[in-house]
Write a protein that binds this ligand. Sequence first.
Ligand code: MN
Length: 313
Amino acid sequence: MSNLLPTESTAQECAAADSARVLETYPAHETDLGHLRIRRILPVRQRRMIGPWCFLDRYGPLSFTNEKPMDVAPHPHIGLQTVSWLLSGEIIHHDSLGTEALLRPGQLGVMTAGRGITHTEETPVENTGHLNGVQLWVALPEAHRHTQPAFGHHTELPVLEEPGALIRVILGDWHGHRSEGAAYSPMVGAEMTLHAGTSTALPLRPEFEHALILLSGDAAFEGQPLLPDTLYYLGAHRSDMQLSTRAGAQVLLIGGAPFGETILMWWNFVARTQQEIAAARADWEGHLRFDDVRAYHGARLRAPQLIGRPITR
Ligand code: MN
């Protein structure tokens, strides 16, 4: 596969690659986000990225009364975008730019951390008593990773009816239908609602690598039933994917051009060197670079200790 030549034989070589295309299965592991028990689906040890997507937390569905299941105190990010996507319930986002955004199902909250931002995510006081969603991170490429921080709240996203499925484009583009969320490398993030009794082949871009996550209902990929809270890595070189469901399903598709840059992830930071990580940590602990979230009443999160060789500025 690494020897593909740009000659007229490419099509045959791609066809050969198709016959060897992968399907890798990675179960999530449980961890805590504040008081909320969540499932971390990405990264896993053997699979750190899918295109630029480098992190995926899954929470809910859960119901609550007189509680505040999501209460993530002020914490910093660099070098990435956070993508919030709800299936039910609501989250209120605040950040150090002064943004306040009340996110609801079907709406995109995309925060570009760039050189540095602080944010909080909470269940708002007035709520439906339900919470169900995902948070993803997208690594910013070299040319954009030091950009000014920004937040986008997008309520009008492309919704397309494909045979057997409704596609909501979250970030990037689905065959020319582009989310208005800021994207800095070729990618797709989409929620696919499969209609009951469907068996369909949905088109994929062969130059992208892709992964699927079952969000609700029952679905099978090429006849293999999908388990919840599991990452299915499809690799690249696929021009379509065969999905079927009996009673209906919601499936998350993430993909993109292979990222081509080696990233370093530590805590809430995406960088390239350990020095950058140590500097961001020192700035957070020293109350530099990262401004406060003035709307949040409570202490900021402390950075964990950097394990291994401590590097100071
Ligand atoms: Mn965060």
